[in-house]
Design a protein around this ligand. Sequence first.
Ligand code: NAD
Length: 365
Amino acid sequence: MEAKIGLIYGDGIGPEIVREGKKILSRVGAVYSHEFQYTEILMGGCSIDACGEPLTKEAVESAKAQDAVLMGSIGGDAAVSPWYKLPPEKRPEVGLLGIRKALNLFANLRPASLYPELKGACPLRADIADKGFDLLIMRELTGGLYFGERKTEERDGLIVATDTLVYNEEEIQRIAIRAFDVAMKRRKKVTSVDKANVLDSSRLWRKVVEEVAKDYPEVTLSHMLVDNCAMQLVKGPAQFDVVLTENMFGDILSDEASQITGSIGMLPSASLNDTKFGLYEPSGGSAPDIAGKGIANPIATILSAAMLLRYSLDLNQEADAVEEAVKKVLAEGYRTVDIAAFKEGVETKQVSTEEMGDCIAERIG
Ligand code: NAD
């Protein structure tokens, strides 16, 4: 197939890790006879330096013209970077919010899985970590409490602050469809998380999710209250496949899920809209403390590239091949410095960002 792929190198370790992501996509292209055409898109601090703003109209138009975009991360060290002396609306992170809005990216996918070789990084009890886990949080990204009306006012001499949590049935339906579609590509299980014992928005959420489920007879649906889900994630994460939830619950649960893997450099993510388009990026930031040293872990970006193949290009076999290659290099003992302490009985070899990319590329095809 032919596909247009945008590359946002970004700031800090961004360029180092996106180079490895591109290397993997190019290897997949060569092995499976696909033609990927790459376009570089500026965003974040590097766009401020080059164009005076974190995200230009041209950059948005360029992103819209792609089938998918692979992104590094943006931003710098706020204590020393001149970008953070600019007014808040001109800072690097505004680019990220701007592109999500411009592309209507309402579905945020955050997988969290524990590789047996990195079990030692998991902060959970050994008997729980031994079971492993492979789950994906599907978070609604453009509605709910973070986007509802808010105000602070004085009433009878008291300051009162109000936030509103609003969802309409269409917003719930489209994210639920995304969750069931993704479950069909995984273990066919959706846990919908809400607070239906208290919130009207959650009761509507549950009703709409149940309607959508009727179109996916192969997928098992269950409901869980958010407080219970927060507990179950640390008590028995192996029970989850796709966790579908609204914006604020997803914000909190996805960070909890990432922490139980214990390794930020390993976690990919995707943000999708209602077309096949997606923006794919590592869950971590631009890591200014290690930028330019050639030691960043590129695996989160490489796994984000695998998600791009799976969800935007429907290349499941190719995505599987990338994920298998990552598992192989870990089992063979290759480690970047951030995961070097986790050995699990294998002899480990410490490698650079570039060497890790090479090792994974060599094991594809
Ligand atoms: P961070 O994720 O960049 O770094 C936290 C720690 O994790 C650091 O010690 C870093 O070295 C390490 N780390 C992160 N990714 C790594 C990798 N791939 N390999 C090895 N180690 C890795 O978080 P922070 O320091 O809070 O933020 C730094 C900058 O990143 C800030 O400007 C922040 O706004 C930005 N940020 C951007 C995004 C994004 O682009 N989506 C997300 C989060 C933070």
